[in-house]
Design a protein around this ligand. Structure first.
Ligand code: UDP
Length: 235
């Protein structure tokens, strides 16, 4: 096994499947199966999920929302998605537990790094919800922060594109995929991998990241086994 402790970041939109909103049962089940495959191999898994399929604070400001309230709604949206993932994993017979960055028992336990490490050792998938708990941040930043805190071997960013490209592959047919790239190159080539706060957090703490397509069944297991899937971003 190439990686024995991972933090998997999923966007809220990916949970919606073909629609842009809501939660797709089939996507949930497929993701849960992939997670289970790696847990069974003995990999410790933490998950951070976004909330974009339900609400984003910034988009609310366009219709007059106070940014703070909007961001709190966005953070709560990540809790809803996290509960859905927890339930999909437990339905398949594995252990999963939601932690929240804002106190809200009994929905989930308040995030505590040591409790997460303990649960992961016990083969429990830990879903770290509520983002960082602060407005003006994103779940990419939460994923970067938590991956460093729990000492993950790698941050895995599941997206609908299969890696980092020279240009947007959905717009430019000549776009070429990088197998690996350094943080410095990402900056000098002005590539958009994640928001700058999240990116800096990973770079400054030497946290390698793999951007990959989570919608291809088996991809997560391949990465854990050390196969070159997606794009590896590292120092
Ligand atoms: N959010 C926040 N602080 C955080 C993480 C998230 O305020 O630490 C809010 C923010 O409004 C954001 C929303 O939650 O727009 C959903 O998160 P994100 O946009 O990262 O979700 P994704 O794009 O991954 O689905």
């Amino acid at each position: 096994m190439r990686y024995s402790r991972i933090l998997l970041k999923l966007s809220g939109e990916s949970l919606a499947g073909n629609g842009n909103q809501g939660i797709s049962d089939s996507v949930l089940e497929e993701y849960a199966k992939q997670v289970l495959e790696v847990v069974e191999k003995g990999c410790e898994v933490a998950i951070v999920v976004g909330g974009g399929n339900i609400f984003r604070g910034l988009s609310g400001t366009k219709s007059g929302f106070d940014r703070l309230k909007g961001d709190q709604m966005g953070m709560l949206a990540t809790v809803i998605n996290s509960l859905a993932i927890e339930s999909a994993i437990t339905r398949l017979g594995a252990k999963a537990k939601v932690f929240t960055s804002i106190r809200m028992e009994p929905v989930g336990e308040l995030y505590n790094r040591d409790r997460v490490l303990e649960a992961m050792k016990n083969k429990t998938v830990c879903i770290l919800s509520g983002g960082t708990g602060n407005p003006f941040f994103t779940t990419d930043t939460a994923a970067a922060l938590r991956s460093v805190e729990i000492g993950a071997d790698v941050l895995l960013k599941g997206t609908r594109v299969d890696g980092v490209y020279t240009a947007d592959p959905e717009k430019d047919p000549k776009a070429r995929k990088f197998e690996r790239i350094s943080y410095e190159e990402v900056i000098s080539k002005r590539l958009q991998v994640m928001d700058s706060t999240a990116f800096t957090m990973c770079r400054d703490n030497n946290m390698p990241m793999i951007v990959f397509d989570m919608n291809v069944p088996g991809n997560l297991k391949k990465i854990i086994n050390g196969e070159a899937i997606g794009t590896l971003v590292s120092n």
